[in-house]
Design a protein around this ligand. Sequence first.
Ligand code: AP5
Length: 211
Amino acid sequence: MRLIIFGPPGAGKGTQARLLEDHRGLTQISTGDVLRDAMDQETTLGKKAKSYVEEGELVPDELVRALAEQAIADEGYDDFVLDGYPRTDQQAEWLTEFLEEHQTPLHVVLRLQVPNEELVRRLSRRRVHAETGETYHLDHDPPPDDVDPELIVQRSDDEPDTVRNRLEVYREETAPLASYYEDRGQLVSVDGTGGIEDVYERITQVLDELE
Ligand code: AP5
C-alpha cells in the first residue's frame, strides 16, 4: 500500500507512521527525519538544510525531492507511508509524476485534523531520544524509566517562536495541498484528537476499507 500521512506540525504524523510500520509492514519515509540525520552528521545536505529547519522554514523543493524519490525507489515503489512529503504544490506535482512513471499511484492521502491549541500542547511537551530519535510526550507517552534522562532532549524547532512559524508556513504552503488531493479523489480526513491508539484505530478502519 502507498500512502501519505498529511497534517500540521504536531498532528501525530510521525507517531502514526511508526505504528503503521510496526503493525502493517509499511516503511515510514520521513523527510524531516532524513534532514535531521543529515544535520547531525553534518553532510552537505545537512549543512544546506540546517538554517531552514532551525527557523521552521521549508527546505528548498529540489533538496527534498531527491531524497524522497530515492527513499521511495529504495522501497521498490511500494509499501511506504510518506510523512512530511509533499509540502508544496511543486513537490506534490513531482510526486504524482514520479509515481505515475512507475505505475504506482497513491492509494490514499490521510489528513490528520487536530485543533491548533492541541498542536501547540503536543509540540511543547514533545521530547526525543538524542541517539535513537524515538519520540515521546511528557504527559501522554513519557520516556521509559530505564532511559537515561540526559538523552531526552527537545527538538530545536520545538521552541515556541519556531513552532509559531512552522504552523504559519504549514497554513500558507502545505494546507492547500488538501484541495489538490481532494480533487484527485485521494483525500480522507481523520480525526486526530484523542489518544494515540484511538487515532490509530480510525486510520486502521480507513485502510481496511481500501483493501
Ligand atoms: P518534520 O519533522 O516533518 O516536522 P513536522 O511536519 O513539523 O511534524 P512534526 O514531526 O513536528 O509533527 P508530527 O505530526 O510528526 O507529530 P508527532 O507524531 O511527532 O519536519 C521538520 C522540518 O524539516 C520542517 O519544518 C522543514 O524545515 C523540513 N522539512 C521536512 N520535510 C520537508 C519537505 N517535504 N519540504 C521542505 N522542508 C521539509 O507528535 C507530536 C507530539 O505529540 C509527540 O510528542 C507525540 O508523542 C504526541 N502525540 C502524537 N499523537 C498524540 C495523540 N493522539 N495524543 C496526545 N499526544 C500525541
